[in-house]
Ligand binder design. Structure first.
Ligand code: A3P
Length: 286
């Protein structure tokens, strides 16, 4: 099916109908943020599910019960998706949420609250590769076509949630001050315990070193890949087919090197550099 058949439009963005509805988007608009809430913000394929594992483990000081008993989409629901309304009453304070929304789509109560934000950024080249395989396995997303075609769609902002450059730029807001923590997928990958200490401090949690180590172990790629509450194996194969590509696919930084030709790379570099318009990235695009 085509993107138009599989998606609904919201403020110029195309969002999959399977997980979003006019009601869920209205629910997000009316959502009442509390000061104690924390929301992880990501462009798709940047480490959302990883944060759905990390946040409950930190907030519950290493207690494994939530990550072993509640599916990731209900444990740390997406603000914009249909599940939130169904599980809202079961969320315990401090509540943890995720969103792919750009800054300007956040509801009024978010701006009035002191809710904390963790913005996770991933190298766009790896985002594209991860997204490409996700389009192959998820029946609610259109067929990705060739990698070359998919790259054009990504750069043109024709995939869900639009342009990556618009997303990252939208969340660079000085007025958010110390409400926001910026972190990269790559730094979590490079040294997870250090990243976990950074996130814990930001959330006001002073965790013992053994708790940090326990959390790092339980949100490693291998443990998550084998956790049915986090690897999407509970989703029927007609929607997400892990035989085509598992959701937790490779979990590395730099897989783009196996996919891009030098022409594709220089095309991506020139488009992204132009659109970033001086906004600096934590890694070189080359
Ligand atoms: P790959 O497709 O490159 O493997 P999102 O949750 O935002 O959709 O992002 C999915 C990407 O994050 C996938 O990337 C997935 O493997 C990766 N990921 C999820 N948990 C991870 C972990 N514990 N360690 C490393 N990567 C992880």
């Amino acid at each position: 099916m085509s993107r138009d058949e599989l998606s609904l439009q919201y403020h110029g963005l195309f969002l999959p109908k399977e997980t979003h509805s006019q009601d869920s988007l209205k629910f997000a608009e009316d959502f009442k943020f509390e000061d104690s809430d924390v929301i992880a913000v990501t462009f798709p394929k940047s480490g959302t599910v990883w944060m759905q594992e990390i946040l409950p483990l930190i907030l519950n000081e290493g207690d494994l019960t939530p990550v072993q008993t509640i599916p990731n989409w209900d444990r740390v629901p997406w603000l914009e998706e249909t599940r939130l309304a169904l599980v809202m009453d079961q969320l315990k304070s401090p509540r943890a949420l995720v969103t792919h929304f750009l800054y300007d789509l956040m509801p009024a109560s978010f701006h009035q609250s002191k809710a904390k934000i963790i913005y996770v950024m991933r190298n766009p080249k790896d985002v594209i590769v991860s997204f490409y395989y996700f389009h192959q396995m998820a029946a609610f997303l259109e067929d990705p076509g060739t990698f070359d075609e998919f790259l054009d769609k990504f750069l043109d902002g024709k995939l869900a949630f639009g342009k990556w450059t618009d997303h990252v730029k939208s969340w660079r807001k000085p007025e958010l001050g110390d409400r926001i923590l910026y972190i990269t997928y790559e730094e979590m990958k490079e040294d997870l315990p250090t990243a976990l200490r950074k996130i814990s401090r930001f959330l006001g949690k002073n965790l013992r070193e053994e708790v940090i180590q326990k959390i790092a172990e339980n949100c490693s790629f291998t443990v998550m890949k084998n956790n049915p509450m986090s690897n999407f194996s509970l989703v029927p194969k007609v929607y997400m087919d892990s035989d085509k590509s598992p959701f937790l696919r490779k979990g590395v930084a730099g897989d783009w090197k196996n996919h891009f030709t030098s022409e594709q790379l220089s095309h991506l570099n020139s488009v992204i550099t132009k659109e970033l318009d001086g906004f600096t990235l934590p890694w070189s695009l080359n």
